[in-house]
Design a protein around this ligand. Structure first.
Ligand SMILES: O=P(O)(O)OC[C@H]1O[C@](O)(CO)[C@@H](O)[C@@H]1O
Length: 436
């Protein structure tokens, strides 16, 4: 994996980072690296995330999924970091990405349609919740369990549960003596892709989880006291410096359909870790080449408050473009789709500095287990570095609790501080809808 930060230097971009500023920042990168390494050595809460490639027991995961690894499909019931890592990995690496469906929302129509579309006898259930209490996950699990029972499929024979030591999900697993895996100690969900939290569906679907962990180890080995020696820290330091210069939005634009969910995973990692104390880059999700025809106008000519992060695998599949039978399409003759998307990548990447806008490039050799594991780990390490440089609480997410408390009160019909806010919310309704 390599990162190219040249097009975000102030010499070519606004906002941009002066080389001297970056060199000064590198002194703080060295100190942050020491703090991170100290946290890793002590397996400190949060920093333990960066020990997963060594700490994760791939054999234990394979043993836990053995009873269900003949399944044609997997349904993951989880949300946030308990779903996005597995979703990213299977979308990128599964022979059939459609063999992993993820219920990470409680939209009744979507849940019903998803369950109706599955042969439950051939589908393994992967339930994941670090806390074991998340309402969406527990509600969806109860619905999934009832669907298995309604169709006469013994759900207790088709399930793996990954959860913490306490909570209703752990109690349920113990009650039914279900195969369980522990969530990694001291690792927030968004950092847990390279643990059982992210690796159970890949293991069931025959993906090389050992290769993912090896890639994570490669990225870990490449952490260094200088950003000029570490792709992960180069990315993190430049993203931080760009935010300081006004780049409040980080649009992640992978040029690979199978990395679309990577953008969703990155969004939680970046937003939930760094959105603290009135700061944090807003992660925008884009996809190349598609969003050249959608969001690129804004990235090139909108507010000077963005950096675009391009991600691409160098190796591409060969899909020939048949000779065109119209002279206006003669430019397509002799190339293939891989050549076309790479030309579009080069053109779009260059179009940002051509409009003196910053962009960062992250490149992997190919989309395989090792390279994806390296990419995931590197972005996690970059995020931890930004948290150190920004001096925020990278590993907690207190701001999400208000909504959870309000939801529980509304469901229970209780009057709380939160429901009082809901009741007196400022409204100015325009238009008519039928009142239910
Ligand atoms: O794994 P759990 O405890 O169900 O939490 C799911 C997600 O919800 C959050 O706690 C936010 O509410 C995320 O940090 C986490 O990934």
């Amino acid at each position: 994996m390599h990162v190219d930060i040249g097009a975000a230097l102030a010499s070519v971009a606004d906002p941009g980072v002066e080389r001297a500023t970056l060199d000064d920042l590198n002194k703080r990168v060295a100190a942050a690296h020491d703090r991170i390494e100290q946290g890793r050595e002590a397996d400190e809460f949060g920093y333990a995330s960066l020990n997963l490639p060594e700490a994760t027991d791939a054999d234990a995961i394979r043993a836990a999924v053995a009873p269900v690894d003949d399944a044609d499909s997997v349904i993951t019931v989880g949300i946030g970091g308990s779903a996005l890592g597995a979703k990213t990995i299977t979308e990128a690496l599964a022979d059939d990405p459609g063999s992993h469906v993820v219920l990470d929302n409680v939209d009744p129509e979507h849940v019903r349609r998803t369950l109706d579309g599955l042969s439950l006898a051939d589908t393994a259930i992967n339930v994941v919740s670090r806390s074991g209490t998340t309402a969406e996950t527990l509600a969806n699990f109860l619905v999934v369990r009832a669907a298995y029972e309604d169709r006469g499929v013994d759900w207790t024979e088709r399930i793996v549960v990954t959860t913490g030591e306490d909570g209703p999900l752990r109690a349920l697993a113990d009650q039914h003596d279900l195969p369980t895996l522990p969530v990694p100690e001291g690792v927030p969900g968004r950092f847990s892709a390279l643990s059982a939290v992210g690796l159970v569906p890949p293991a069931i679907l025959g993906i090389d989880i050992e290769g993912l962990l090896a890639g994570g180890r490669t990225a870990a080995d490449n952490l260094a006291p200088s950003l000029y020696d570490s792709p992960a820290y180069a990315y993190g330091a430049m993203a931080y410096a760009l935010e300081e210069e006004g780049a409040k939005v980080n649009a992640v634009m992978p040029y690979a359909e199978r990395l679309e969910s990577f953008g969703e995973w990155f969004a939680q990692l970046w937003a939930e870790s760094l959105g603290k104390d009135g700061r944090g880059q807003t992660p925008a999700r884009a996809l190349g080449a598609t969003d050249q025809h959608s969001q690129l106008q804004l990235y090139r000519a909108g507010h000077r408050d963005k950096v675009v992060t391009f991600v691409r695998p160098r190796e591409r599949a060969d899909v020939a473009i048949p000779d065109p039978d119209h002279e206006d399409l003669s430019y397509l003759s002799g190339t293939d789709l891989g050549g076309l998307i790479d030309a579009e990548y080069e053109a779009t990447v260059a179009s940002l500095p051509a409009a003196d806008r910053p962009e960062l490039e992250v490149e992997i050799d190919r989309l395989d287990a090792e390279n994806l594991g390296e990419l995931l780990y590197a972005m996690e390490a970059a995020c931890v570095l930004v948290g150190e440089l920004a001096d925020v609480e990278t590993f907690t997410q207190p701001a999400v609790e208000w909504g959870k408390n309000a939801t529980r009160a509304l469901i229970r019909g209780e009057k709380t501080d939160e429901t009082a806010v809901i009741d007196k919310r400022e409204r100015l309704r325009i238009g008519e809808t039928e009142s239910l």
